[in-house]
Design a protein. Structure first.
Length: 172
């Protein structure tokens, strides 16, 4: 069993093919699970919408100037999160996922904390995210980190939109 102290969060990984492959596996698991939860299960990555396959096959290109955070246990990618590049003082958190075998070890919290620190260092005033309403554990995590439900910017049903201030605005 891996001790949480063995988990390291890295920004813009890619110094080894094992990280890129691990990230691709995490993103594939995230999208496959999400499609299944939406009642649109597909058997493998080839059945996913093109935009999701593009993320899996090339996260760097898909997320552009955003920052990809990967939690590593040794050489194994066990969690991921994307912070989009700031636009108008705001970034978005996307694709928070922890390998089910590594859950309940604080990995999602570590990734979220690193994402908020990065956003603060980038001069972002607000971070937002969207989460499916049935992901109650994720919603509870976001609430513990100070996110609150806000008016939706996405028209998909069952999607909860949340945001929180960062940096100097967070202290207000």
């Amino acid at each position: 069993m891996t001790d949480q102290r063995d988990i390291v969060v890295v920004r813009r990984p890619g110094q080894g093919a094992f990280v890129e492959e691990g990230l691709a596996e995490l993103l594939a698991a995230y999208h496959l699970r999400t499609e299944a939860e939406k009642g649109e299960a597909v058997s493998d990555v080839s059945g996913l919408p093109e935009r999701y396959r593009a993320e899996i096959l090339g996260a760097r290109a898909a997320f552009g100037d955003g920052v990809v955070l990967v939690a590593l246990s040794g050489d194994t990618a066990v969690g991921c999160l994307v912070v989009t590049a700031p636009v108008g003082g705001r970034s978005e958190i996307k694709r928070l996922w922890t390998d089910p075998a590594f859950r309940s070890r604080g990995i999602a919290s570590d990734l979220l904390g690193a994402a908020l620190a990065h956003a603060g260092e980038s001069g972002v005033s607000t971070v937002r995210l969207s989460v499916w309403k049935w992901r109650s554990g994720a919603i509870a995590l976001y609430e513990r980190f100070g996110f609150t439900v806000t008016e939706s910017w996405d028209e998909r049903e069952q999607l909860v939109c949340m945001e929180r201030a960062v940096g100097a605005d967070a202290a207000a």
